[in-house]
Design a protein around this ligand. Structure first.
Ligand SMILES: [Zn+2]
Length: 260
């Protein structure tokens, strides 16, 4: 049995930790201290660190954790990340020994040039798991710091091709503010309204809104809905243009969200 726990860090980051009761894997440790505290409390050994991209709030704790636990660090080949033992690119398969897992690397440039996501197909457990860093959030997607809208759109298409029951573990608790924007685009979307109420309740009780899953995101996330006729109409009206390509629709949604 594998447990998956969000360790809160900074204002709104989650450092996801997988463990089998003995060994642990963390994804994107932006700082070391809350990870160390959790490992000590649960008497776990950190064997692996996975990194999605180079930003400091995802990598700041890597050096200290690696020194303390002598764990292996895996990260993106095309992003500047220090302290890696192994670097990976789209299509690579990584097999862990400590917790027997095979992890697929999905190259998802856009937020950064070399951003990768880690996908674990349902083999050792019943669910597909996607650790997507700052590429996809619940109700939103990452800002385009280094890549183009077209690159990010292609990256998100790779996620859309995964099974609907894929559980998604983004690295930030941005859901409520993302959903306020989504509701501006699609005020009539009932699934979105229901989801918004559910997330608001969870957040009032200080529970994470995450993980989410691909089926929900397909219904509520405007960045995965650039083919919906409602969304297309809103964007065409906003730009006073017609016959937009899916990438153009996506690009305008991203631009609008940046200034929302
Ligand atoms: Zn980032």
């Amino acid at each position: 049995m594998i447990s998956i726990t969000p360790i809160p860090a900074f204002n709104d980051n989650y450092i996801w930790l997988l463990d089998n009761g003995e060994q642990a894997v963390v994804i994107d440790p932006g700082c070391a201290q809350p990870v160390e505290e959790y490992l000590e409390q649960k008497k776990l050994i950190l064997s692996t660190i996975l990194v999605t991209h180079h930003h400091a709030d995802h990598t700041g704790g890597v050096r200290q954790l690696k020194q303390k636990y002598q764990c292996k660090v895996h990260g993106p080949a095309n992003d500047p990340v220090s302290n890696l033992d192994d670097s990976h690119k789209d299509g690579d398969l990584l097999t862990l020994q400590s917790i027997p897992l095979t992890i697929e690397v999905i190259g998802v440039p856009g937020h950064t040039r070399g951003h990768i996501a880690w996908f674990i197909a349902a083999t050792a457990h019943n669910e597909n798991l996607l650790f997507c860093g700052d590429t996809l959030f619940s109700g939103g997607c990452g800002r385009l710091f280094e890549g183009s809208a077209e690159q990010m759109w292609h990256s998100l298409q790779k996620f859309l091709a995964l099974p609907d029951n894929t559980k998604i573990y983004p690295a930030h608790e941005y859901t409520l503010s993302n959903l306020r924007f989504a509701a501006t685009l699609e005020p009539e979307n009932q699934k979105l309204q229901q989801y918004q109420q559910q997330v608001a309740l969870n957040r009032q009780e200080n529970r994470p809104s995450l993980p989410t899953n691909l089926l929900i995101e397909k219904e509520i996330n405007p960045f995965l809905r650039e083919k919906s006729s409602t969304v297309i109409n809103v964007i065409e009206n906003r730009l006073q243009r017609s016959n937009l390509t899916p990438v153009e629709v996506f690009e305008e949604i991203r631009h609008w969200k940046d200034i929302f």
